[in-house]
Design a protein around this ligand. Sequence first.
Ligand code: PLP
Length: 402
Amino acid sequence: MSDARPAKSAGYLARTRPVVPPIYQSATFYLDDLAYKDIQEGGLREHWYSRFANPTVDAAAAEIAALEGAEAALMTSSGMAAIATTLLTLLANGTADQPAHDKAQASPVLGRPGRIVAARQVYGDTRDLLVRDLPALGVDVTMVDATDVGAWAEAIADAPTTVVYAETLSNPQLDLTDLPTLARLSHAAGAKLVVDNTFATPYTVNPLRHGADVVVHSATKFLSGHSDVIAGVVVADAATVTEVQKRVITFGGCLDPHAAFLVWRGIQTFDLRLERSCATAARLASALAANPEIVSVRYPTGDIAARVMRPDRRGAMVAFTVRGGDTRALAVMRRLTVASEATSLGGVESLVSTPFNSSHFSLTPEERVAARIDDGMIRLSCGIEDPSALISDLEQALAATV
Ligand SMILES: Cc1ncc(COP(=O)(O)O)c(C=O)c1O
């Protein structure tokens, strides 16, 4: 009897050569000798249970590994799952005393006490992980100004460091991290550099090429590009991805196959979307800089951008500060008709938000100053609409709220 059903479906599958990866919406798969062998070796390669591996999920991961120029990638259920699982994997205490029977699980990348030096300018929930959850697990966390190379050097040298963590382009203030310098400082101290490349995207920067050891993304954003899925990804060398995969298996943060399909499909238009959105962001940044109602515009320029980002690719995010503080910022945002007032970013539609009441609401006024989130800051993620319409919409909203 067990032969009857696979034989039937195998007939259909043998005649079918899909152009896009099918959604393998199956929790489990028929076991065979290869699967049993894989189970006994840790279950990291074959497809027999979808918390371990699933063909549609693997298809999405392969696309992102290629975009980042990496050996391997691993999808997770969200960007936060990617970040938390990666950090817990790298920061976990050593395996040197592991009992002999557990050698198959022994890790080539673990083994030192966990200390992390991280940028102060990070996404709000990453910050909660750093200031609340990791210290509760005994991890020593030090946070520094992402733009201050001297502060990084001092903090990393201050005590043995396991992980250094930064966002390529920070949320929301768009501070650009000097990746080559940070990689050099990290490696000199024997630490791994983990970089969140969500805002910059692989269209503008491949952090691994600048010395980062691990790249994490919220694939919810520009990678999938349609604001219709929550997903994350970890990108690194195969050995490190394997270590993180073991924790995705035990912590349970795997991606659903249908969500993985949406990520895969979004990536097919990644370059086209980003080309359009980055060009729009550049135009918008110069239009805003010329507007007297704007105090400052955050958009990557200067030496670090020239060294780290690809020519003429500065990303699709713009942050700017309006005269009149957060109250005016809210009023401006509410008058917009092209960009949508919503949290998140990276969709084909422009999304706009004010960090003070959304992504960074939990910061005290002092913490906001330290993180360089100005009173009156608006964060805009450029979509693929007509750039002129987006710009004139912002100009009318600024004019109407003077
Ligand atoms: C820079 C950055 N990293 C990580 C995340 C978390 O991603 P997710 O919402 O997919 O968990 C976000 C979410 O906004 C983000 O902006």
